[in-house]
Design a protein around this ligand. Structure first.
Ligand code: ASP
Length: 428
């Protein structure tokens, strides 16, 4: 049985076990206390901690290696502009899809507001802070706190300095390159435990989330799911077609990554597997992958943008407040920025709705309406978030001659496959 099959089976089994506990309820309470809230909860949390444990060393080491091998500012500038440009364009497309669907179907019209809704506002960070905060005063603190954008900036600069330091730089670069291999090995070791971790995470989530909560919000949930599937299926297929790559091959290899994102609801925790898959199974060279994938996990959140768009229209319908064309444009702009500022952890997107609602004058308490079902929808939007990172990395790498086609097309390429360089004939 392949690794992906094992993970998919673990996920399906987790859903069945979780839903069973949630539906049966009281008669199974004693078993549920020990098994779900005790054992499975602990296993799931340990699994996520192990994934998070690898993120900081992996991002630091692989970006330093990537930049050191890029050869100069020009190449990095090109990769940076292409990557960020594609992140913005795909996020804007995601919002157009979300708003079009939500406006056509109007979820939330006739929704009965049951009494007062109570939501304590959490203030989202001002966007200017997001940019200033990218620069670390103290790189050690940035590493210790897991400040991803600060780590990316520090690693980029360190990689440059290594590149410009002649013989000493070559020696330090060689150490980082060895470290890179070792950290990737650690990733493959932890990932081997994934079927157990995924089962535990999915079972505990589904046991805790009563599916009845969905009934009154079916319209909102359906439009959101449809938007996520359309964007995931169509937009990324288009991105891969632009790269002259097979979307089917891409999605087949990304299946395990998507399942991980689904079960952890965290792009950050999924990052080690996303990066490993993009490099070793899809054949993207480290010079592009090491930069695009961690940056994508931090700022590229198309699934979150779709949620922000649909939630805004839903809340405006519930409160009977009409939005003008100008308001919709403001939603596209603010939601794109808000998705950039969203942290790569479960539920982070929900906080950012306040920003979008405030921008178009909608009541922030509206968030309370959708909190109850957000965790399950978060799982799906996180899968879309990481899928976008992989697709963009493939397109950027292809345009830079940094994608090994033989690896991309090799169904047998695994995380253990030694990264092959992108040779001229392999990228044809
Ligand atoms: N959970 C999402 C992620 O990690 C962020 C969000 O809440 O939208 O990608």
């Amino acid at each position: 049985m392949s690794f992906t099959q094992k993970i998919l089976i673990a996920m399906a089994a987790g859903i069945v076990v979780g839903v069973t506990f949630s539906v049966v309820g009281a008669p199974l309470q004693a078993v549920s206390d020990v098994l779900v809230d005790g054992l499975l909860d602990a296993v799931g949390r340990i699994f996520v901690l192990l994934l998070q444990m690898m993120v900081v060393p992996l991002v630091l080491v692989s970006i330093v290696c990537g930049v050191a091998s890029l050869g100069g500012l020009g190449a990095l500038g090109r990769v940076g502009v292409k990557t960020i440009g594609l992140f913005l364009v795909t996020t804007a497309i995601a919002l157009v899809i979300a708003l079009t669907l939500a406006i056509l179907v109007s979820p939330g019209e006739g929704f009965a507001l049951a009494g007062d809704v109570d939501y304590r506002t959490q203030t989202p960070p001002p966007l200017s802070d997001v940019f200033v905060d990218m620069f670390p005063a103290n790189p050690v603190r940035a590493l210790a706190d897991g400040q991803m954008l600060q780590i990316i900036v520090f690693a980029l600069l360190l990689g440059f300095a290594i590149n410009l330091s002649g013989e000493s730089g070559r020696r330090v670069g060689a150490v980082f390159s060895d470290l890179n291999e070792v950290v990737m090995k650690l990733v493959t070791i932890v990932i081997r435990t994934a079927p157990v971790g995924v089962f535990a995470l999915v079972a505990t989530t589904f046991a805790a989330q009563g599916l009845d909560l969905f009934r009154p919000l079916a319209g909102y949930a359906l439009i959101l799911v449809l938007g996520l599937l359309l964007h995931g299926g169509l937009t990324y297929t288009l991105v891969l077609r632009l790269a002259r790559l097979s979307p089917i091959g891409f999605f087949n290899k990304m299946r395990a990554v998507l399942t991980f994102a689904f079960s952890t609801a965290s792009s950050g925790a999924t990052l080690p597997l996303t990066l490993g898959t993009v490099k070793r199974r899809l054949g993207v060279d480290n010079s592009v992958a090491s930069f695009s994938v961690p940056l994508g996990a931090t700022i590229n959140m198309d699934g979150t943008a779709i949620m922000l768009g649909v939630a805004t229209v839903f809340i405006s319908n519930v409160y009977g407040i009409d939005l003008s064309v100008g308001d919709y444009l403001a939603v596209v702009l603010t939601a794109t920025l808000a998705s950039i500022g969203t942290a790569a952890v479960p539920g982070a997107g929900l906080i950012m709705i306040a920003l979008v609602l405030g921008q178009v004058g909608l009541p922030v308490e509206g968030i309370a309406l959708i909190i109850g079902i957000d965790r399950l929808l978060d799982m799906l939007r996180t899968a879309v978030n990481v899928c976008g990172d992989g697709a963009v990395a493939c397109l950027v790498a292809r345009s830079e001659g940094a994608l090994n086609l033989a690896t991309f097309n090799d169904p047998g390429a695994t995380l253990d496959t030694v990264a092959r360089p992108a040779t001229a004939e392999a990228t044809q």
